[in-house]
Design a protein around this ligand. Structure first.
Ligand code: ATP
Length: 488
């Protein structure tokens, strides 16, 4: 069932229940930076874990990696980020709001679908029909300017030997830089993938909507290396797998769709790109990118090969490596240091790459929004998060009905026992109904209650979050019951 949840309700629940806080709030906050509280940190860990499980643990053809955030500046030179990673921005002459040119919408399309515009050669005249999201004025924009997206920092203690470095704007390049290390140290054979989860940093022009777009965020990326010619088939494979992952973890299929990039929207090296979009409840209910799946051809490995060859040259001439011509590149580039030798075919080539690139924070927001629900129960509003059990921060809560007759002791024992394998929470404070409601709001799938009957027949009640149905089960069956219900 599609529902329109207000983002304000999510933000307020997140703060009230300790999912997400504004960063540095005691000092007035730091724009677009957020901290995950006790429930949020568990939720985010579970999102990460679910991704890792599906792309690394459950497959035989993907291995993991964890690279450092700071990397040699040549990495960003070769990838093209040092010269090109910028957004085109414009300032509204009426209200001074700064907006990304590709985020502006035409007056007529304001409430229709997001149509990105070609930003490469835009001038103020091209923006005559665009609406300022700040004040609503049409076509009142200054000349677009490039805005560098990478954060710079210094490495080294002494003023004369410090080196400028960038905080990585994506995790992908660490994977390409380690392609050879992984090949040489494992038994992987093409086709195979390398997966990584980690923080990335972008000095975004406009941040928006809570944790949707922040300047520090976590990415989950796979670079899947395959033989040229098989790339289209692997592209379809990953499209399907990644779309299914969101549905399998509870996203309503009505709120998820693909959006293929138009040919003029594609990066020059990409053969195809599709966004998995989620219907986020911003503004009038907008489809927004959750993840991109791209066919990046052999561009990245070739770029790093060029970088390896021209490292001294670059330091001297500060060249844009993406502009090196085929003639300047060695003619036998496909036999270069980042090439792959196919033992069976006795052939060397630079693999093509399919890249599914997701955001952990952005998907966490989508899971929160999709799980959020309100319903009337006996004249009262029940707020709940219908999380998939794999994502729920707490899987089980255990309560004694009252704080006497030995019930707390039995409940504590059950909880301690479950904690060895399941995230479990003990609560003995307040009326039982209120305790159930608190767990509904935290998204806990099951509540176990020890009551007067427990000491007589060794049974407890188990309450289901979504249906609120209760059933009695034997204490010695709890573990097996939970394992079955939580699919562990
Ligand atoms: P956008 O067009 O929204 O800026 P993008 O196309 O630049 O995104 P990619 O470079 O493809 O994004 O990054 C892959 C994924 O990383 C995105 O689909 C998103 O989930 C996540 N991501 C990118 N930028 C941010 C950000 N500033 N805050 C949170 N998540 C982000």
């Amino acid at each position: 069932m599609a529902k329109l949840t207000k983002l304000d309700d999510i933000v307020s629940l997140c703060k009230r229940r300790g999912f997400i806080f504004q960063s540095s709030e005691i000092y007035g906050g730091l724009a677009s930076c957020y901290d995950y509280g006790p429930l949020g940190v568990e939720l985010k860990r579970n999102v990460r874990e679910a991704w890792w499980k599906s792309v690394v643990k459950m497959r035989d053809d993907v291995v993991g990696l964890d690279c450092s955030i700071l990397m040699h500046p040549m990495v960003w030179k070769s990838s093209g980020h040092a010269d090109k990673f910028a957004d085109l921005v414009t300032v509204c002459k009426k209200c001074n709001a700064r907006t990304r040119v590709d985020h502006l919408k035409d007056h007529a399309e304001e409430h229709t679908e997001h149509v990105p515009i070609e930003t490469a050669q835009v001038d103020a005249q091209n923006l005559s029909k665009k609406v300022c999201p700040g004040c609503g004025k049409i076509g009142q924009f200054g000349e677009p300017m490039a805005f560098k997206l990478m954060f710079e920092t210094q490495m080294g203690a002494n003023a004369d030997d410090t080196m400028s470095l960038w905080l990585r704007p994506e995790t992908a390049q660490g994977i390409f830089a380690n392609f050879k290390n992984v090949l040489d140290s494992t038994r992987v054979k093409v086709p195979f993938g390398i997966a990584q989860i980690g923080k990335s940093f972008r000095n975004e022009v406009t941040t928006k909507a809570f944790i949707f777009r922040t300047r520090e965020f976590e990415q989950a990326e796979i670079e899947f290396f395959c033989e040229p010619g098989t790339d289209e088939q692997w592209y379809e494979h990953w499209k399907e797998k990644r779309f299914a992952w969101y549905i399998d973890h509870g996203i309503d299929p009505e709120n998820l769709r693909f959006r293929d990039h138009d040919p003029d929207e594609l990066a020059h090296y990409a053969k195809a790109c599709v966004d998995v979009e989620y219907k986020f409840p911003f503004g009038s209910g907008d489809w927004q990118e959750l993840e991109g799946v791209a066919n990046r051809t052999d561009f990245d490995l070739r770029q790093h090969q060029r970088g390896m060859r021209s490292i001294n040259d670059w330091y001297e001439n500060d060249r844009d490596l993406t502009k090196i011509t085929l003639k300047e590149e060695a003619e036998d580039y496909h036999k270069g240091p980042l090439s792959y030798f196919d033992e069976q075919k006795k052939e060397r080539y630079i693999p093509y790459v399919i890249e599914p690139s997701a955001g952990i924070d952005r998907s966490t927001l989508a899971f929160l929004v999709d799980a959020y629900d309100e319903e009337e129960v006996k004249g009262e509003t029940r707020n709940l998060l219908r999380f998939h059990p794999a994502l729920a921060p707490t899987k089980v809560a255990v309560f004694p009905l009252v704080k006497k007759h030995g019930m707390p002791e039995i409940a504590t024992k059950i909880c301690d026992d479950l904690k060895k394998s399941i995230t479990c929470f003990y609560d003995q404070k307040g009326a039982i109904g209120r305790r159930y409601r608190r767990q509904d709001e935290a998204g806990t799938p099951y509540c176990i209650t020890v009551d007067g009957q427990t000491s007589e027949d060794n049974t407890v009640t188990v309450r289901d979050r979504d249906s609120m149905d209760q059933e009695r089960i034997a204490v010695d069956q709890i573990k097996a019951y939970m394992r079955d219900k939580l699919d562990m």
